[in-house]
Design a binder for this molecule. Structure first.
Ligand code: SAM
Length: 267
C-alpha cells in the first residue's frame, strides 16, 4: 500500500534505504524513559506531569508525581493495572484522563494545564509534524525550569523509521526489515527544533529508542538546515549524521546534565 501526501516520498523510496547501522538492542539499555522522567519529577515539589500517548499506561502508572494528566484517543490500560496502581501511589487516584487527540486536547482542554507543566512526555503519534506540534503546544505551558521528554527519537533501523499516518498503516506496508518497532520520523521533529529554536536546548540520549530532552535556554549547538531539507531527508542520510543532527549523547550523560540544572524557586 502506498500513501498519498507528505508520507509518499519516504514510502516510495524504500529501495533507497541504506544499511542498518549496527546497534545493541534497546532492551539491553541500562536506562529507560520511566527512569529519566522519574528522576526529573523527583527533584520537584508536587510536580505536574503531562503524558501525550499513554497506551497501556506502563509509564504513566509507574511514575510518582503531584498531579498526572493523560491524553490518548485510545487508552488501552487494563482495568486490573488501573486498580493496582490506585494503591501504589497517591497520584494514581486522581489522574485526569482525556480520551482525545493531543490537538483536540490543546484546543479544548488546555485549561487543565493552567498551573504550568513541570515535565511533559511526548509519545503520541509518531510523525515529524505531530511530534513537533505536540512539543510546541507543551512549550506554551512549560514552566521556566520544566522539561519536555520525547520518545522514539532514534530509529533502530530503516523500517522502524518509516513515515506514515498510523502504526497500522505502516504495518500494512509489510516493509522489508520490519520488526514491529515503530519510531516513525520523530527524529525530524528533534532536528526541526534544533534548526529553528534559539530559545531551546535540545539533545537526545542514546537509550530506549532515543530519549529527547527539551529545556528552555541557549542551545548547546544548533543545526544549519531548513525545514524543506529536514522534511526531505532520507533515513540513509540521517543515519550517517545522526550524532550531529540529534545532538546525540551517551545515556551516561543524563546524570551530569541533571545535576547541573537548578530548579528555580520561582517555578
Ligand atoms: C507508543 S504508544 C505510547 C506508549 C506509552 N507512552 C509508554 O511509554 O508506555 C503511542 C500512543 O499514542 C496514541 N496516539 C496516537 N495518535 C495520537 C494523537 N494524535 N494524540 C495523542 N495520542 C495519540 C496511541 O493511541 C498510542 O496509545
Amino acid at each position: 500500500m502506498l500513501l498519498d501526501g507528505p508520507f509518499a516520498t519516504d514510502l516510495q523510496s524504500r529501495s533507497l534505504w541504506g544499511p542498518t547501522p549496527a546497534r545493541k538492542p534497546f532492551m539491553l539499555d541500562t536506562m529507560n524513559r520511566t527512569e529519566v522522567i522519574q528522576s526529573l519529577l523527583s527533584r520537584r515539589r508536587d510536580p505536574t506531569y503531562l503524558e501525550i500517548g499513554v497506551e497501556m499506561g506502563l509509564v504513566l502508572l509507574a511514575l510518582r508525581a503531584g498531579r498526572k494528566i493523560a491524553v490518548d484517543p485510545e487508552f488501552k490500560i487494563p482495568w486490573r493495572d488501573r486498580f493496582l496502581a490506585y494503591f501504589r501511589h497517591r497520584s494514581n487516584r486522581s489522574i485526569s484522563y482525556f480520551a482525545e487527540t493531543s490537538d483536540d486536547f490543546f484546543a479544548n482542554h488546555a485549561s487543565a494545564l493552567s498551573d504550568g507543566i513541570d515535565v511533559a512526555f511526548v509519545d503520541g503519534l509518531h510523525t515529524h509534524e505531530q511530534a513537533h506540534r505536540d512539543v510546541v503546544n507543551c512549550l506554551k505551558y512549560l514552566k521556566p525550569s520544566g522539561v519536555i521528554v520525547m520518545h522514539d527519537c532514534l530509529p533502530p533501523h530503516a523500517a522502524a523509521a518509516l513515515a506514515g499516518p498510523s502504526l497500522r498503516a505502516v504495518e500494512a506496508l509489510e516493509a522489508p526489515g520490519w520488526t514491529g518497532e515503530w519510531t516513525g520520523d520523530v527524529y525530524k521533529s528533534v532536528m526541526q527544533l534544533r534548526a529553528e529554536r534559539s530559545d531551546l536546548n535540545v539533545f537526545v540520549l542514546d537509550c530506549d529508542y532515543g530519549i529527547g530532552i527539551v529545556e528552555w535556554g541557549q542551545p548547546e549547538t544548533t543545526l544549519e538546515m531548513n525545514l524543506a531539507d529536514i522534511s526531505a531527508l532520507s533515513f540513509e542520510e540521517f543515519s550517517k549524521h545522526q550524532q550531529e543532527y540529534l545532538n546525540l549523547k551517551p545515556a551516561e550523560c543524563f546524570s551530569s546534565w541533571l545535576n547541573s540544572r537548578s530548579v528555580a524557586a520561582a517555578d
